[in-house]
Design a protein. Structure first.
Length: 442
């Protein structure tokens, strides 16, 4: 026990300050918060796509269940109303990120966030893939406006906003207008030179890059960096390792999902969005190009009750715990836990900095990650492609994420049962800790 307490103290001194610094680092926080801000837009479009194929399609699981195609013979025509929804969300994700990352960084630097974001957006198009002339008409590819352009959008936003904000702080490059000038005009002229410098820089970079890569920076970055990152993120090893790290951080009191959010979004977002686009165009998640991502494996099968799959812990407590404080806490934490809010149990039980419960906290999600991977890789259930709100009760995530596959729902409940069985011996052991037999060596 002394050794474990020493290990806890050492990890707390070393890793907690490091995680706090990472979470508060202005560039990392700007990227993380940008993805958080666009999440409701992506989620809303995903739900609309799900409605489009689950309810409005004659082959949808809800339409079949309630015979909607019989009641409404022309139901499928309503799908055309919602078909363009991805054009206003997933397909312009890079634009949203280019603006928001720069805006967030400017807020951190206490500079003009709106003009900084707009400057970043302009710089993104300055360096964007060149127009193609077809029949004397100029066409701009939309390929890199969505998930495939995310990496460049982040780079452009960070560089342009750094230059903008540093120059905007320098009084020698700020243009001050007379008091008679309208405020909106004065605001624009104030940062005219920083905007000018950003545009000149990115125009020069674009010219030099086209000598090396005619497709521009987007094509170069995608080929050299983003595609390998996507390949790395679409295998079970990456999902499993990130899951272990996430829950290990929780075990020592660090918010694992927030700490790794920037890394996770960079690696998995493109694959997740391509899966969603597949489901939107084919009306099914079968055949989705990337069956293994963080959303399709970890979120769907290894996150029931929240990080560490702690709903299984609550059930194990109800089954086997003789500790009154455990059972009282489990009663209070059950309702939030059903909706994947598990801070009450993590900090109230506590699970954080609890050597006994830290083991299943890390082990349970890993086991269920492998279970979910088995059923998807063997094509027993379709991939999870629809984005589902994170507060959806655990087993239902796989059900709705696959467009209503009932076997996926059963696999979700199987994972919850496995989680409960793994937590049980540790809960039973905690009964002995309570009586003092383990602590005293009796």
């Amino acid at each position: 026990m002394e050794l474990m307490k020493g290990l806890e103290t050492g990890m707390e001194k070393l890793l907690v300050p490091l995680a706090i610094k990472l979470n508060s680092q202005i560039h990392i926080a700007s990227i993380r918060d940008a993805f958080i801000l666009i999440f409701p837009i992506i989620m809303a479009s995903s739900l609309i796509v799900l409605i489009n194929f689950a309810i409005l399609s004659p082959d949808g699981f809800i339409a079949k269940m309630f015979f909607l195609n019989v009641l409404f013979p022309h139901l499928d025509e309503a799908q055309q109303v919602f078909s363009p929804v991805l054009n206003g969300s997933v397909n312009i994700m890079a634009l949203l990120i280019a603006f928001l990352v720069a805006r967030n960084l400017a807020i951190g630097y206490k500079q003009d966030d709106l003009l900084c974001g707009l400057t970043s957006l302009g710089a993104f198009f300055v360096i964007y893939t060149p127009y193609v002339i077809i029949d004397k008409q100029a066409y701009l590819t939309t390929k890199y406006l969505g998930p495939q352009g995310l990496f460049v959008a982040i780079i452009v936003a960070l560089i342009s906003s750094e230059i903008f904000c540093r120059l905007a702080r320098n009084p020698r490059v700020i243009l001050s207008m007379p008091a008679s000038v309208p405020p909106a005009v004065a605001r624009s002229f104030k940062v005219l030179l920083p905007i000018f410098c950003v545009m000149i820089l990115f125009s020069t970079i674009d010219y030099l890059l086209t000598k090396v890569s005619p497709g521009g920076l987007n094509e170069l970055i995608y080929t050299l960096i983003q595609a390998p990152l996507k390949d790395m993120g679409t295998n079970i090893f990456t999902v499993a390792v990130l899951g272990v790290i996430t829950n290990f951080l929780w075990s020592i009191g660090i918010h694992g999902p927030n700490t790794l959010a920037t890394i996770r979004e960079t690696i998995f977002t493109e694959a997740n969005m391509e899966n969603l686009s597949w489901a939107a165009s084919h009306g099914t998640t079968w055949g989705a190009p990337y069956p293994v991502t963080w959303v399709s494996i970890n979120d769907a099968f290894a996150n029931c009750g929240g990080s560490g799959m702690t709903l299984g812990l609550l059930l194990a407590i109800f089954i086997a715990s003789r500790r009154k404080e455990y059972r009282d806490m489990a009663k209070m934490a059950l309702v939030p836990g059903l909706f994947n809010i598990n801070e009450p149990v993590l900090f109230g039980l506590p699970v954080v900095l609890n050597p006994l419960l830290a083991i299943p906290l890390i082990l349970v999600p890993l086991v269920n990650t492998l279970i979910g991977y088995f059923f998807i890789s063997m094509q027993i259930i379709p991939p999870v492609a629809y984005a589902v709100p994170w507060t959806t009760p655990g087993p239902l995530i796989a059900f709705f994420g696959t467009g209503g596959n009932w076997l996926a729902l059963l696999v979700g409940f199987l994972c919850l049962i496995v989680a409960t069985l793994i937590y049980l011996p540790f809960v039973i052991a905690s009964n002995k800790v309570n009586t003092g037999s383990v602590a005293t060596g009796e």
